[in-house]
Every structure is written in C-alpha cells, then in structure tokens.
Design a protein around this ligand. Structure first.
Ligand code: NAP
Length: 267
C-alpha cells in the first residue's frame, strides 16, 4: 500500500502497546476496502495523555482506539462522549468529527456480539461476572440491556458496591462467596487474573454446572479456561470480543461494515 499526501492516520493509544493486534486488524480492513489510511500504535505515558489529545486534533488524526490505562481518564480531555460510553464510564474509541473529538465505547457491543455466537438468547439467563473494573462495566451494561440476571463478584467488595450504585439491577458479592457461582448459567471472567502464568485460579471450575458457559475476557487461554474445558464446560476466549469491538470501531470511523469472517484468520 502506498502512503500519499492524502493518506489518513488512525491508531491505538495505550501504555504499553507493543503487543497490540489492533494494527493487524485495521490495516487489513483499510486494504480490504481500498481506503487510503494507515493504523499505527502510540505508546503514551499517563502524564502525556492530555497533550496527546491536543496533538491528535492538531495533526487531524481521524480516529483512535484507547486502551489501558487511558480508557477512563481520556474522557475528561475529549470534547464529547456518547451516551453508552458515558454510562459505562470508559471510552475505547475516539473519532475526529468536524474538528472535535467524540468518544465511544465499542467493548460493550463487541462483547455482546461475541457472546451471542454461543448463547444467542441471554434474556433472563443467570450470569455471573467476576470483576468490577472497566471491562466488567462494559460487560454488565451489555448484559442488563439484554435483560439478563447479573451477579457481580469482586475481590474488593467496595468496588462492586460502587458498581451497584451505577447499575441498580445487579446483585453484588465478595469474591470469597465464589461457591455461589454454581448456580450461574454463564460465568464471565472480567478480571485481569490469569494474565500472568503464576496467578492463582479465581475458582475451581468443578463447581460450575456442567452445561454452564465460561467466558474468559483475556485473549489467550488461561489456566482457568483450560481447566474449565477439561471439566467439559463450554469455554469462550476474549479474541472474539477483541475482533467484534474492532469491527464496530471501524464502522464508526468509515461507515463500512465488516464481519469477523472477512478477517480470514489474521488474528
Ligand atoms: P481493571 O479496570 O484494572 O480491573 C481489573 C479487575 O481485575 C478488578 O476487578 C480487580 O479486582 C480484578 N483483579 C485483578 N487481579 C485479581 C486477582 N488476582 N484476583 C481477583 N481479582 C483480580 O482492568 P479491565 O480494563 O477491567 O480489564 C480486565 C481484563 O479484561 C484484562 O485482562 C483485559 O485484558 C481484559 N479485556 C479484554 C477485552 C477483549 O476485547 N477481550 C477488552 C477489555 C478488557 P479489584 O477490584 O479487587 O482490584
């Protein structure tokens, strides 16, 4: 692909950012749709975020994904936040619109699209979400919109209680009451526990119902996901969500709808 004076610039802002697979997805899609644009990574330290946002505007960078640790903090530096992102409390996609930067959250819809491939009808299902951080908020928002019964389990109980102030229809429990997971039809790990090889397992998958579904937001298979699979439980990893949220960001930027099939196994 040839870079010209017309080429538009997109990217992802995070810290660290080296291992991101978003450039592979978006550059593939720009090529696929013959759009004259490139997508790069921006490793931005937290204290530089404010200046980065001004820089994006000055350089007319058309859109960016926002990842850890900036998803919440960026909200105070941008011009507008759409309603979904405001309720969730995190922005993972920004777009330059008539000189102003508008923020969106595509994690929530991306999560839902990926879950629905395995559990098409979520209505009234008993769903347990472990975690109360940024990802958990997007997941809970999506599940409540589908009228699921949501219970949140978190290590730091005060954070779960705070989440209930935002989402009144959920139940919250300390993670120490993990035996209650046995009643759930879907269990979602929305914590970062499992990213490191020596992390302790959050719970023993043997307590889950045999027909439960275990959804691991972490992209690569964790020991917990592996053990759940060995127990005969259907498991889903976080790659589906990563792809679906990217496709929604791409649509926000370009108006082009792509499907995960079009990515042809590049992720
Ligand atoms: P975050 O805001 O930092 O929240 C981290 C959460 O993990 C908190 O609830 C924290 O509990 C919990 N936690 C961390 N270590 C734990 C441990 N050892 N035991 C029990 N709980 C622990 O992070 P986030 O943005 O929500 O991200 C969470 C995970 O989701 C990350 O692994 C991220 O990669 C993944 N994610 C995936 C996608 C995707 O597209 N697949 C998208 C977004 C995020 P405390 O409150 O007690 O600290």
């Amino acid at each position: 692909m040839k870079i010209t004076t017309e080429t538009k610039l997109y990217g992802i802002i995070g810290h660290p950012i080296k291992h991101s697979i978003s450039p592979s997805i978006h550059n593939f899609l720009f090529n696929y749709f013959h759009i004259d644009a490139v997508y790069v990574t921006f490793d931005v330290e937290p204290y530089m975020l404010k200046y980065t946002v001004n820089g994006l505007k000055a350089l007319k960078i058309q859109g960016c994904n926002i990842t850890l640790p900036h998803k919440e903090k960026i909200m105070k530096y941008i011009d507008e936040v759409d309603e979904e992102a405001r309720i969730i409390g995190a922005v993972n996609t920004i777009k330059l619109e008539q000189g102003k930067i508008k923020g969106y959250n595509t994690d929530s819809r991306g999560f839902l699209a990926s879950l629905k491939k395995y559990v098409p009808d979520i209505r009234r299902k008993k769903i347990a979400v472990i975690g109360a951080g940024g990802a958990a908020k997007a997941v809970v928002y999506a599940l409540l919109k589908e009228n699921a019964f949501v219970s949140v389990f978190n290590r730091t109980h005060e954070k779960a209680v705070k989440l209930k102030e935002k989402f009144k229809n959920i139940e919250v429990y300390p993670l120490s009451q993990k035996e209650m997971l046995k009643d759930a039809e879907v269990v979602i790990n929305a914590t970062s526990c499992g990213l490191n090889k020596d992390d302790e397992m959050l719970f023993s998958p043997s307590i889950l119902k045999k027909d439960a579904v275990f959804y691991e937001l972490i992209y690569n298979e964790t020991p917990l996901q592996y053990e759940a699979r060995r127990e005969g439980i259907k498991t889903i990893d976080g790659k589906g969500m990563l792809i679906e949220q990217a496709l929604i960001s791409f649509y926000i930027w370009t108006g082009k709808r792509a499907s995960s099939n079009q990515l042809g196994g590049i992720v």
